[in-house]
Write a protein that binds this ligand. Sequence first.
Ligand code: COI
Length: 366
Amino acid sequence: MSTSGFEARPSANPLDAALRNEILANPGFGRYFTDHMVHVRWTKATGWQRGELKPYGPLMIDPASPVLHYGQEIFEGIKAYRHADGSVWTFRPEKNAARFRASARRLALPELDDETFLGSLKTLVAQDAEWVPTPKNDAEECSLYLRPFMIGNGKSLGVKPAAEVDYYLIASPAASYFKGGGKPVSIWLSQHYNRAAPGGTGAAKCGGNYAASLLAQAEAEAHGCDQVAFLDAAENKWIEELGGMNLFFVYRDGRLVTPALTGTILEGVTRDSILELARDEGLTPEERPISIDEWRDGVASGEIVEVFACGTAAVITQIGQLVTEEDRIVTPEAGAEAVSGKLRKRLLDIQYGRAEDSRGWLMQLA
Ligand code: COI
């Protein structure tokens, strides 16, 4: 069932404009949140109810709820971009809406219809439009990061799907995900922990996958790395993805290779967009299994010339080196003229309205 419109209960105390502008000048990632949020409730008896826009604030969660005990939770990541004329747009939101429905199915949560999902983005961003940062130049990557999520709520310690569910949307002004801005990052190869197994929840965007990555991420940081890369759980041989980003390999002969979607990898919206844009750049995209040995040997022989991570939060970030327990696989630094630099610029130019949106990927929010 689709909900029509959202009841508006705006905050009586929005943050002072001077303080907001101070935050927008240096937002970091995920540290500050806007004045409002959206909430839609579902119960087994009523289905989805009419949603509301209300002040940002703590949630009412039953101490016996499925989200707290069994991790029944899903989320999305999507950005709102300010264009030069002041308007605000988002990128391929219908892909996030569809993935959110797919994640809901996998986690035995009710599917939220696309109209309500997209409507929630419009409602929150229209209300908190002043929180969308304005980039100072074409190189600056700032946006309002939108985080839709759904939790199993209600009093129920039995291991079964929640009979009361809440959908929320919150928003956070964001700069680069990585502290080094656009600089190449270093990656730690997790050789003892896997992120997802066949038949598991790897393709769903659920909190549990990210919880499972945290210890390996801590190991990465202990080794001086920015992020962790996971191998497949069956053979510990095939490259899957990073803690929260997909991976791409650029070959000297113009092939652009990314691990195939096997059910254990998240179907990234940025990943899909890069595969489409690659052909415009004269590249040959390939989705197939790629092993850790191919990464190591390809870099050593010079066949692999660039490696990069991609995601909504990370956009496109070059990987300078992969650190393993045995060795370091160092890809030479690639300049802005490199493939990853060109793809990054193409993507950002579309998102910020600096290039024609010939594929109809943008949706106006405010
Ligand atoms: C995103 O890129 O939006 C993600 O969800 C990755 C991470 C920040 C959780």
